[in-house]
Write a protein that binds this ligand. Sequence first.
Ligand SMILES: Cc1cc2nc3c(=O)[nH]c(=O)nc-3n(C[C@H](O)[C@H](O)[C@H](O)COP(=O)(O)OP(=O)(O)OC[C@H]3O[C@@H](n4cnc5c(N)ncnc54)[C@H](O)[C@@H]3O)c2cc1C
Length: 268
Amino acid sequence: MEITRPTNLAAALEARADDPGADLLAGGTDLMVEVNFGYARPEHVIALRRIEEINRIENGRIGAGVTWARLEESPHRALAQLSRTVGSPQIRAAGTIGGNIGTASPAGDGLPWLAAANAEIEVASQARGTRRVPWSDFFTGVKRTSLEPDEVIVAAVVPDDVPENQEFAKIGQRSAMVISTVAACVMRDGNGSVRVALGSVAPTPVRAHQAEQLIAENPEPSEAVLEEFARTVAEEVSPITDHRSTEAYRRHAAGVLARRLLERCLAQ
Ligand SMILES: Cc1cc2nc3c(=O)[nH]c(=O)nc-3n(C[C@H](O)[C@H](O)[C@H](O)COP(=O)(O)OP(=O)(O)OC[C@H]3O[C@@H](n4cnc5c(N)ncnc54)[C@H](O)[C@@H]3O)c2cc1C
């Protein structure tokens, strides 16, 4: 197996342009699982760890190479919350937000936060330079993205208007080291409008726009509105039954979790 270890982004993009079939490796906590199970047999790996440009957090840009361990200290409350739930300390020391985005698993815990934040994914290639893709155009299906074969994820770009009032939680089959059965992120801005994003309940992360609209019309929701909010969220998601859960449980849990997070935001 050939391993290329670029030390800057330009060299990584050149390596990617020369061999678009090569596998990019960040922390390896997803890719090496694929290798260990025999699902992936990389012939050429481009290791991204040494690229300083993608390891920075600056001006609303979170570099793709930033680990969950670092994001545990994020000033974005829900990002810090979710980072603390990813795997174990060892996984968080190696695993990166860029790898989470690159894998694009429906259960990727970073994705609901990116959706609620209205983040853009900054990608770059040698041939076309840099482009920014809204999260909703980037994630196209189960483990599918609009990343081109010659591109590298550079950063998640977070708009300035991300509400400080934000909460994340997930439900899984046990209380730690667990892949999400349902994950949710709720944000509430100063005007009382809310953003509701969910993971593990559709092929890609989703926003519950009708539930958001309900709270826009009822910024101080009564018990009846909160119940309707949970029901609306449950209706807006499109989960499946698999080895982790049933469609019905996921749907119900999505509503319960979103309502719980909304109530926490309302109490702040
Ligand atoms: C025991 C265990 C527990 C886990 N628990 C959780 C959990 O609780 N929540 C959760 O969300 N995930 C979890 N994961 C999955 C994994 O840790 C995360 O998805 C992590 O963020 C992956 O990051 P990485 O840097 O290790 O990615 P890698 O494995 O290095 O890469 C993952 C994919 O992204 C691509 N990629 C990486 N960087 C880039 C880039 N800059 N540009 C383009 N493509 C790129 C790679 O080519 C690969 O296809 C767990 C994994 C394990 C093994």
